[in-house]
Design a protein around this ligand. Structure first.
Ligand code: SAM
Length: 258
């Protein structure tokens, strides 16, 4: 069911001419796409190699896609992307942006609740969930996380970003003790992640994931509303046994070329 305008907390942020969250994709996602999918690396993979390895098509899922900054980055890198969100206005903005960029044929928008989304094991070569697991209750988030990890293909990558208890919008310590400005959309965050939580999910005994990058940080946000601070955790992972040419973000000692 599409969320009606009246009950969509993100309608107004996505309706602005200056669309909330901007167009810059999550930096770890773009870094992975640049290095592993588009860059080619020493093994000469690149998007053509990946396509061949995956027998034709590469499919991505963007959960809580918003107005599509990550969806569009994935499409630009060659993925066929399913963008899922409750916000009809967000999905409309994705379609507008995709049409303008000539990427519409690679993008399917789906108005749905991520908690109800069916995912087939190993269905997706990229799964992105940028600040959505924190917009649903903790029990649901864990179930969606499990489905996401099962739906990841052998050569795919998974990215998740969540608000943490360090966020000044959080009602727990240490965030609640901060006097830094709080996001205008903080009311939609219902599940702040505790320190290490996302990393622990990814490294649990029954997890099939290998972490490429994990970070907890504070960051200033200028992409919507008055400037404000966020506490965030980000995780980039692949399946255990998959070893793409990932040099890090930023690469520690990048190769000098030319
Ligand atoms: C903070 S925004 C992030 C948007 C986008 N991922 C980005 O980083 O630009 C959170 C998004 O999650 C969506 N959302 C929240 N709960 C959801 C749910 N249960 N199912 C699908 N989308 C949801 C909201 O509509 C909103 O677009």
């Amino acid at each position: 069911m599409i969320m009606p305008e009246a009950t969509d907390p993100f309608f107004e942020p996505y309706d602005r001419a200056d669309i909330a969250y901007g167009m810059t994709p999550s930096s770890a996602v773009q870094a992975y796409l640049d290095q592993v999918i588009l860059g080619g690396g020493a093994k000469g993979q690149g998007v053509d190699g990946q396509r061949a390895a995956l027998d034709g098509q590469i499919a991505a899922l963007d959960l809580g896609a918003g107005a599509g900054r990550d969806t569009l980055a994935l499409a630009r890198a060659g993925y066929n992307v399913t963008a899922v969100d409750l916000s009809r206005r967000g999905l409309e903005r994705i379609e507008q942006r995709a049409e303008k960029a000539g990427l519409l044929s690679q993008i399917t928008t789906l108005a749905a609740d991520v908690r109800k989304l069916e995912m087939t094991p190993r269905q997706y070569d990229a799964i992105v969930a940028t600040t959505v697991l924190d917009h649903i209750p903790a029990d649901d988030a864990e179930k969606v996380w499990r489905r996401m990890t099962e739906a990841l293909s052998d050569q795919g990558f998974l990215f998740a970003e969540v608000h943490t208890t360090e966020d000044p919008g959080c009602d727990q310590q240490p965030g609640c003790e901060s006097d830094a400005p709080v996001s205008e959309t903080a009311g939609a965050v219902v599940n702040y992640f505790s320190p290490n939580q996302l990393a622990m999910w990814a490294t649990a005994e029954n997890s099939a994931l290998r972490i490429l990058h994990y970070e907890e940080r504070l960051e200033w946000d200028y992409t919507h509303g008055p400037e404000h601070l966020h506490g965030k955790a980000i995780l980039l992972a692949v399946r255990r046994g998959h070893h793409p040419e990932w040099y890090g973000q930023p690469p520690a000692f990048p190769r000098k070329r030319g």
